[in-house]
Design a protein around this ligand. Structure first.
Ligand code: ZN
Length: 342
């Protein structure tokens, strides 16, 4: 590796960063899959096999990998280990705060919608979070994510669980909608978003990943405060101006968009154009284990492919803190730290 690049990698690592668009299930590395498989399978998967599974080249390959991962997430201890390994990997990259999507809808679906299934699993996640805060100095919030194309009732079940658990667990900071945007937009979720906001939950939403700018407008219209992907906003200059004026935080995930075929290459991703237009953009990794990426490598690619300078990478790190749901005092402290990093 050229010395300049390794120096830059050190700088990226030292920058305190927040990761705001990360799915727990998508953060399970092949090595963790092996560990979990050893708990559940008579013939556990080997590391080489797990790595091969993650090198999928099409959507059915992606589905096979996803199924293998959800198949080893059986009990609370499995979720606890997955979350703990995820936090270790985040800490290694200099991530100081993460807001992590938990697919509560998928957890229910995989357990015959048993209303008692979730709490023990969440207790496992909380044990990992508390250990991570204690041992790694990394803060973490949970965002309960529903699969938009399952049904509105499913999403209501997920979001009401967030409302119910939040008083006991302030780490549950918000809600989000993932799944197939082409099959279900945001409008059907207007009432349940309002209900969640009323209960103090913050509203995120995947929008404009596989759909046009109208889907982004629809997501904004139901009160979504922070948007994931937002790739198609580039097609609508009025929308760009609105996002700039309101400084709507955007969770961009360039490598994810390349790997799923939404963007032809990292170079074609609108990250640079959004940044230059003054939008509040953040870099994120989405499902890093599945895409062979992580947050630090997104920062490095922003530099090598889109020419982000050190000062601009610093700005991206500051944006990630600003766009987080951390209290203002914590944001101010982290931004001061970011400014002092050389
Ligand atoms: Zn996502």
């Amino acid at each position: 590796m050229p010395p300049i690049q390794s120096d830059l990698q050190g700088f990226i690592r030292r920058l305190p960063k927040a990761e705001l668009h990360l799915h727990l299930e998508g953060a399970i590395l092949p090595s963790t899959l092996v560990e979990l498989s050893a708990r559940h399978h008579a013939q556990p998967i080997a590391l080489a096999e797990a790595e091969a599974l993650y090198r999928f080249t099409d959507f059915s390959g992606f589905m096979m990998a996803f199924k293998a991962v959800t198949g080893v997430l059986v009990g609370p201890e499995d979720y606890e280990l997955a979350a703990w390994r995820m936090m270790q990997h985040l800490a290694e990259q200099g991530v100081v705060h993460a807001e992590v999507y938990v697919s509560v809808g998928v957890i229910y679906k995989g357990r015959d919608h048993d209303p008692a299934a979730f709490e023990p699993i969440f207790a496992g996640l909380e044990r990992a979070r508390e250990r991570g805060e204690r041992e790694l100095g990394l803060t973490l919030y949970w965002i309960f994510d529903a699969v938009r194309h399952f049904s509105v009732e499913e999403a209501e079940r997920v979001f009401r669980k967030a409302v119910e658990l939040r008083p006991e667990h302030p780490s549950i900071v918000g809600i989000g909608l993932g799944g197939d945007e082409r099959r279900m937009g945001s409008e059907p979720f207007r009432a349940i978003y309002a209900e969640a906001a009323q209960a103090g939950l913050r509203l995120t939403n995947h929008a404009g990943e596989t759909t046009g700018p109208e889907a982004i407008r629809e997501a904004l219209s139901i009160g979504s405060e922070r948007l994931g992907h937002v790739v198609s906003a580039i097609q609508d200059l009025e929308l760009i101006e609105e996002l700039r004026a309101k400084q709507t935080p955007l969770e961009l995930c360039p490598t994810s968009n390349v790997r799923t075929g939404v963007c032809g290459s990292f170079g074609e991703h609108p990250l640079r154009r959004y940044f230059d237009a003054g939008l509040l953009v953040t870099l994120n990794s989405d499902d890093p284990a599945f895409f062979g990426s992580d947050l630090a490598s997104e920062y490095l690619l922003a530099h090598t492919v889109q020419g982000f300078t050190r000062e601009e990478l610093r700005q991206l790190a500051a944006n990630s803190i600003r766009a987080s749901f951390l209290p203002e005092a914590a944001k101010t402290a982290w931004i001061e730290r970011i400014e002092s990093i050389r």
